[in-house]
Design a protein around this ligand. Structure first.
Ligand SMILES: Nc1ncnc2c1ncn2[C@@H]1O[C@H](COP(=O)(O)OP(=O)(O)O)[C@@H](O)[C@H]1O
Ligand SMILES: [Mg+2]
Length: 259
């Protein structure tokens, strides 16, 4: 009798687990669908307006910028989903790993910032890459890193800065150096990060309450992926919030500096 009872308990618990897993994957799929639908909808809408002869040229330029910006978001979202599902299946992100290669981190930052300029422009935000700080910190040295993964981590951080910053504010990307580490900082001003959120924003799926209220679109995967990618490099990512200003610091061991 006892065995039957314990078996039925096990079955019940398995059933609960199965339901939970199904709920999680349903939620995940809904998230994927929502994240893909929003930019595609915006692109379609812009293209329709572009075809309209009555729309003035100046407006068409804005619409073109918006198409570019939405496509960037789309590529970015898809890359994140691909990395996420790979991480679920394989904790080491096997198929995405590459040989670390000497990388000009300033150039990487400039290229990514350019990708997000149209999105920033729409909200009156300027993004500056502080050349002086890179000159002083890196001189002509390169960082030995897995370039595409670090690019994804950094673009997640820049995307957040644009998404959660105050309209008409300024975002700064600058080089960062400490005794043992070298890296960069992305500083923005906008939605404050509370002390309790500071601990949790790097968790998989976590989104801040006020962030969620002001920007509906989001999965809570961005910073989780960024921190996993920094782990692969024996580096780290952390945030230093000061009121409405937040500095996200990404750091690598100095031993990755070459040249
Ligand atoms: N630059 C920022 N300013 C304010 N809050 C931020 C910033 N970057 C991240 N956050 C907070 O960290 C949370 C997690 O970020 P992320 O993992 O990229 O997920 P998502 O952007 O999809 O919400 C956000 O929901 C937000 O609360
Ligand atoms: Mg994000």
């Amino acid at each position: 009798m006892e065995t039957v009872e314990s078996l039925s308990k096990k079955i019940e618990s398995l059933e609960r687990q199965l339901n939970e897993t199904q709920a999680v994957s349903r939620q995940y799929l809904q998230n994927v669908a929502h994240q893909l639908t929003a930019p595609i909808g915006a692109i379609k809408w812009s293209i329709e307006a572009l075809r309209d002869e009555r729309v003035p040229l100046a407006r068409k330029q804005t619409l073109m910028r918006s198409v570019y910006s939405q496509s960037t978001i789309l590529v970015h979202v898809i890359k994140n989903f691909t990395l996420m599902s790979n991480l679920e299946a394989d904790h080491e992100l096997g198929q995405f790993r590459e040989q670390p290669e000497p990388t000009d981190i300033r150039l990487l930052a400039i290229n990514l910032v350019n990708d997000f300029q149209p999105q920033a422009y729409e909200r009156g935000i300027t993004i500056d890459v502080n050349d002086d700080s890179f000159d002083k910190t890196y001189r002509d040295k390169l960082l030995e890193i897995e370039k595409n993964l670090v690019a994804q981590a950094l673009s997640n951080v820049i995307e957040n800065a644009v998404k959660y910053a105050d309209p008409d504010s300024k975002i700064e990307v600058r080089a960062w150096l400490s005794t043992n580490c070298i890296g960069l900082v992305v500083e923005s001003q906008g939605i404050p990060i509370s002390p309790s959120d500071t601990k949790r924003i790097f968790e998989r799926g976590f989104r801040g309450t006020s962030a969620q209220q002001s920007v509906a679109a989001g999965t809570g995967f961005g910073l989780y992926l960024a921190s996993r990618i920094m782990d692969f490099h024996h580096g780290s990512i952390f945030v230093e919030p000061k009121g409405r200003r937040s500095s996200f610091k990404m750091e690598f061991p100095k031993s990755r500096l070459i040249g």
